[in-house]
Design a binder for this molecule. Structure first.
Ligand SMILES: Nc1ncnc2c1ncn2[C@@H]1O[C@H](COP(=O)(O)OP(=O)(O)OP(=O)(O)O)[C@@H](O)[C@H]1O
Length: 252
């Protein structure tokens, strides 16, 4: 299977001298197309930095990052913009929505950047909002939506332009455990329907339960964490069967 993501010997240091912070140290990672990989790690272990170098939001100090065959370190500014517009999409813990815009206006932004004709754009936006369960809320602004609904809008915005790779930085970090399980299940089903690749960082065992593979980031290095059963959300199954809360099922 072709790799969607391939990182080799990636190093990223912030600052210098005694104040240097080695966020990523000689980091290797392979993610196959269509795979959903969860990366756990304590606060400050380098999870966000890893996503940023993959999405060309941060430069590398050493090593190489290949995203869908593109050598990210070799891209010029235009190439980096194209990567973020056409290949990767982000979902953030803090949702990142524009508060003055409605759900449909927020979701339409990536299509406006591509200058998609309005009729096609409106159809795509309506379809994706329906798919993420926000059909009745398209005209509401973020202030009128719950945390789970915010993340559904963020996911719709990330998916609407049909990127190959979803990068999600603690996507359930601001959600309660039940809503987290709903959002992770939605991420899983929407990326599977599109044969997309997903790399998610998390402290949340619910996410790990939905991933094909889990890795641990410790002081800038990755190692295997566990091998959950693909697409079999242990937490949700237990919750339905035994009434057990997802946050009690699994390690963190
Ligand atoms: N722009 C920056 N300037 C200086 N140091 C930074 C910068 N960005 C990140 N760091 C440092 O790099 C290290 C890794 O940060 P990063 O945000 O990648 O960790 P994280 O695992 O995502 O943490 P969290 O779970 O708290 O979000 C931390 O020590 C952080 O303070």
């Amino acid at each position: 299977m072709t790799d969607a993501l391939r990182l080799r010997g990636v190093c990223k240091t912030f600052g210098s001298g005694e104040r240097a912070v080695h966020a990523l140290r000689d980091l290797d990672l392979d993610v196959a197309r269509g795979e959903m990989v969860a990366v756990r790690g304590r606060s400050g272990s380098g999870k966000t930095t890893m996503l940023h170098v993959i999405g060309a939001l941060e430069s590398l100090d050493a090593g190489s990052v290949t995203v869908e065959g593109r050598d990210v370190g070799a891209l010029d500014e235009e190439g980096r913009l194209a990567l973020r517009r056409d290949v990767v999409a982000y979902v953030f813990q803090s949702f990142g929505l524009i508060p003055e815009l409605t759900a449909e206006e927020n979701v339409s932004i990536p299509l406006r950047l591509r200058r998609m004709p309005p009729r096609e754009r409106d159809r795509r936006v309506a379809d994706i909002l329906e798919e993420v369960g926000l059909g009745p809320h398209t005209r509401q602004t973020p202030r009128q939506l719950s945390g789970g609904q915010h993340q559904r809008v963020s996911l719709a915005r990330a998916l609407v332009a049909q990127p190959a790779v979803l990068l999600a930085d603690e996507p359930t970090g601001q959600l309660d455990s039940e809503t987290s399980a709903e959002i992770v299940a939605l991420i899983r089903s929407t990326i599977a329907a599109r044969s997309m690749t997903a790399l998610l960082t998390t402290h949340d065992p619910v996410i790990v339960g939905y991933a094909d593979r889990a890795l641990e980031l410790t002081d800038g290095h990755l190692s295997d964490a566990s091998t959950p059963t693909a697409g079999r959300p242990r937490a949700t199954v237990r919750r339905i069967v035994g009434g057990v809360s997802p946050e009690t099922d699994g390690d963190s």
